[in-house]
Ligand binder design. Structure first.
Ligand SMILES: Nc1ncnc2c1ncn2[C@@H]1O[C@H](COP(=O)(O)OP(=O)(O)OP(=O)(O)O)[C@@H](O)[C@H]1O
Ligand SMILES: [Mg+2]
Length: 322
């Protein structure tokens, strides 16, 4: 089979406003998003709670109807060609949606039958996937009596039963412990290495850094920046960010630091001071010294090396709310 030349995912000005309902006003959850994901890529939508990630995934997977713009998956339109798109994608949602009336293996077999496999092929495919994902022992178990990490792996298997062109994962590691999370990262890397196009959402910066070829940083329904993690760091947040909380309004001398070479910006907000610096050495100590000279103590201090977190800070002026 030759691969279609289309991008795996392309959106132009994609929008979703949830309508007002009773006293609740309309919610402009996604406000014109442009995305372009080539086949084979591992793409991440990164953003804090309420950014519009699930709504975007919902539109790409045809579960949420857009209110503006357009979106294509494998060259097909999410509204016009919804039925065909469903055949070509795999979706792993945020919650456990396995059927607890079926065993783990039956969940996969059932899905295989749904997609047109015969009983024997469905059973064979389920067995292969469960083995590949280290779940052979769980095959006869109830999907709600296995661990959260195992359930997530079963959901990924189920999404792969029919060999989808694009695999969508909404917050695949939310709520999992760190060890389970890194295990799942290995699983996902393996899938990509085997050629799978993957689009995931996450609110974990380190997850986006660890997995994604390219990332779109979203907030309040808009893409703030997109590119490789390295591109994002060098375009928006190449600085180290030093934040200090004083136990009184920040001393006057602090602002003058902004004129120094190697410091791009100083923000003072009451007792909180934030210094964006390309050359961060010694600045933290200096902030303490300036404070104590003015009789003001430091109650909290953090230093963030350039990362997606500092990119977010630089783009929004806000802390990343995890
Ligand atoms: N069915 C709905 N009806 C009305 N508003 C909704 C609906 N679903 C989501 N929203 C609102 O749309 C906005 C975006 O929500 P969405 O779930 O897409 O964000 P998210 O980035 O996935 O957040 P999280 O990290 O919490 O999963 C939020 O303000 C949310 O309250
Ligand atoms: Mg969500």
């Amino acid at each position: 089979m030759t691969s279609p030349p289309e991008a795996a995912v392309r959106t132009i000005g994609l929008k979703k406003t949830y309508p007002a309902s009773g006293p609740r006003p309309a919610v402009p959850a996604v406000q014109g998003i442009d995305l372009d994901v080539p086949r084979g890529e591992f793409f991440g939508l990164l953003g804090p709670n309420g950014a519009g990630k699930s709504t975007t995934i919902g539109m790409l997977t045809t579960l949420v109807v857009p209110t503006g713009g357009s979106a294509q998956v494998s060259g097909l339109d999410v509204v016009r060609d919804a039925v065909e798109i469903k055949r070509r994608i795999g979706v792993v949602s945020q919650n456990n949606t396995l059927d607890n009336e079926l065993t783990v293996a039956e969940n996969l077999e059932f899905r295989g039958r749904y997609f047109g496999l015969g009983a024997r092929d469905a059973r064979k495919r389920a067995g292969e996937l469960l083995e590949l994902f280290g779940l052979t022992e769980q095959r006869g178990g109830n999907p709600f009596e296995i661990s959260g990490g195992q359930a997530k792996r079963v959901m990924i298997c189920r999404a792969l039963v029919h060999g989808p062109e694009v695999l969508f994962l909404d917050e695949p590691t939310a709520g999992l412990d760190p060890q389970t999370r890194t295990n799942l990262w290995e699983v996902l890397r393996g899938l990509q290495a085997a050629g799978q196009t993957i689009v995931l959402t996450t609110h974990y910066m380190e997850e986006a850094e660890a997995l994604c070829d390219r990332v779109a940083v979203v907030d309040h329904g808009k893409v703030l920046a997109s590119g490789t993690v390295d591109q994002l760091k060098s375009s928006a947040g190449a600085d180290t960010v030093i934040t200090v909380a004083y136990d009184a309004p920040a001393p006057d001398g602090i602002k003058a630091l902004g004129d120094r070479e190697g410091i791009s910006k100083v923000e003072v907000n009451g007792g909180q001071v934030r210094v964006f610096a390309a050359e961060p050495d010694g600045i933290l100590g200096e902030l303490v010294t300036i404070g104590s000279a003015a009789g003001v103590g430091v109650t909290d201090a953090t230093q963030l090396r350039p990362s997606l977190e500092t990119v977010f800070l630089t783009l929004t002026g806000r802390d990343y709310r995890e």
